[in-house]
Design a protein around this ligand. Structure first.
Ligand code: GDP
Length: 140
């Protein structure tokens, strides 16, 4: 398995409930290292750009509103097979379908306010990491 990096967001529903540490304990407990991290408040423009792939979906405007409704924590996770491992730890998009013990099963409020984002491929991870972090901000 390759050592990999993936991009993660702790979403506004989770920062509002003070769950940053609990969520990151799941990542660290599974062997992923947080090699870059910052707390930001996304502008509407940033949220629209980040989720542009969903622009045609009926929930796009609500999703953009939600992502800039409060602070988020953007971070880079590193470890063996990090992209797939992060997705496994996150659980299904809809918490009603998420497996026991996953972050979304434990913490998500709804299919939209589902606590975390994680890149779905190494290619998208590279794009998303570069959108939020300069190389000198990532310290492995
Ligand atoms: P993910 O990769 O598991 O985050 O899922 P997607 O890439 O399909 O969707 C991106 C984000 O859009 C999700 O994490 C949710 O916050 C939101 N979302 C996805 N599907 C729905 C939906 O049917 N309704 C609403 N309101 N939000 C959704």
């Amino acid at each position: 398995m390759a050592n990999e990096r993936t991009f993660s967001i702790i979403k506004p529903d989770a920062t509002r409930r003070n769950l940053t540490g609990k969520i990151n304990a799941v990542f660290e407990g599974a062997g992923l290292r947080i090699v870059a991290q910052k707390r930001i408040w996304m502008s509407r423009e940033m949220a629209k750009t980040f989720y542009a792939v969903h622009a045609e979906r009926p929930f796009y405007n609500d999703l953009v509103d939600f992502m800039c409704s409060g602070p988020v924590v953007v971070q880079v996770l590193e470890g063996e097979n990090a992209v797939a491992k992060n997705r496994e730890l996150m659980g299904a998009t809809n918490p009603a379908n998420a497996a026991e013990g996953t972050i979304r099963k434990l913490f998500a409020e709804s299919i939209e306010a589902n606590s975390v984002h994680g890149s779905d491929s190494p290619e998208n991870a590279a794009i998303e990491i570069a959108y939020f972090f300069a190389g000198c901000e990532i310290v492995g």
